[in-house]
Write a protein that binds this ligand. Structure first.
Ligand code: SF4
Ligand code: MG
Length: 318
């Protein structure tokens, strides 16, 4: 609720004036057990910062995080570590997140060693079982990450993330660095694991086709804000925010007889150090009117939890 992550930077070494980079600026949403919330937006919109802030891998500037009725922001390091066993993250670049000097077995075992205070044999058993679940041959136990392809490495990253059987997993662009042919395999693996283990995913991607494939609900981010959040079908069929409309118009239509007008966004993404006044999207919005530069629109529920922050939500239909 009202999650913020502001980074400070000096505007110039001479003036020494502090500037705030509002990477995540007042984001609220709910996540239900076992569901996938897709988070989509251009690079630099704050998706990754939001995902890491939710897990407190980076400390939020302000806001509330409630996990299973517990105020996650109030937990101190010991309790935080315990709760962390229920929340994991997988990254875009599986190679960078795997220690090259550790064997696959040791990499996957590490979270267990931190959380469990048990014998090596129990840990080994869980690691082997987890390798099988993600489709890694258990013969690879003593091999090193560099011996594997990108897709296999992402399986190792996933095995490490699920070895504690978490309830929530943040997937930060987990297939963006992989070949298209491998992407589907990894996505199908994630879906199968979700069914088997009942985890909830926050699935971050800049790719709306991937988001459409995997999500139950979708949150659209722009410049540190969630501008629209909804059940997937409703978002695609009854789009309310002009930015979402523009993003969707950029997806190629598979059927060449259906025509869809592509909406081109003017200008670049503004700097989060100096966001536009009023509605942060007004400098690029094809619907902007005078009020948009003056007043920030509030997030409103348009029914069934379909929320949007725009003064003229869905008004192109009128
Ligand atoms: Fe566009 Fe105005 Fe809506 Fe912002 S509030 S998205 S500028 S129409
Ligand atoms: Mg990112």
């Amino acid at each position: 609720k009202h999650l913020k992550k502001w980074f400070t930077a000096k505007s110039s070494p001479f003036s020494g004036k502090k500037v705030y980079i509002k990477a995540v600026d007042d984001v609220s949403f709910q996540l239900y057990p076992g569901e996938t919330l897709g988070v989509v937006g251009e690079s630099g919109c704050g998706k990754s910062t939001m995902g890491r802030s939710v897990l407190r891998l980076i400390e939020p500037t302000a806001g509330e995080i409630v996990f299973e009725d517990q105020d996650f922001m109030k937990l101190r390091s010991g309790e935080l570590r315990k709760s962390r066993s229920k929340m994991q993250i997988i990254f875009q670049d599986p190679y960078a997140s795997l220690n090259p000097r550790m064997t696959i077995g040791d990499i996957i075992a590490e979270p267990l060693e931190i959380q469990w205070k048990t014998s090596g044999e129990e840990i080994r058993k869980r690691v082997l079982e987890t390798m099988e679940i993600v489709g890694l041959n258990t013969k690879y136990y003593n091999r090193y990450p560099h011996e594997f392809s990108g897709g296999q490495r992402q399986r190792i990253g996933i095995a490490r993330a699920i070895v504690l059987r978490p309830e929530l997993m943040v997937c930060d662009e987990p297939v963006s660095a992989l070949d298209v042919s491998i992407q589907a395999q990894v996505i199908n693996l994630l879906r199968r694991l979700q069914k088997q283990m009942g985890m909830a995913y926050i699935f971050i991607s800049h790719d709306l086709s991937v988001i459409k494939h995997i999500s139950d609900r979708v949150a659209v981010m722009y410049l540190g804000h969630v501008v629209e959040i909804s059940d997937k079908a409703d978002l695609y069929q009854n789009t309310l925010h002009p930015y979402t409309k523009a993003l969707l118009s950029a997806i190629p239509v598979p059927d060449r007889h259906t025509k869809r007008e592509k909406i081109i966004l003017e200008g670049d993404l503004p700097s989060p150090a100096n966001p536009p006044s009023g509605c942060v999207f007004h400098t690029r919005c094809f619907m902007a009117r005078e009020i948009c530069g003056k007043e920030a629109p509030e997030m409103k529920d348009y029914g069934n939890g379909h929320c949007c922050a725009c003064h003229f939500a869905g008004e192109w239909n009128k």
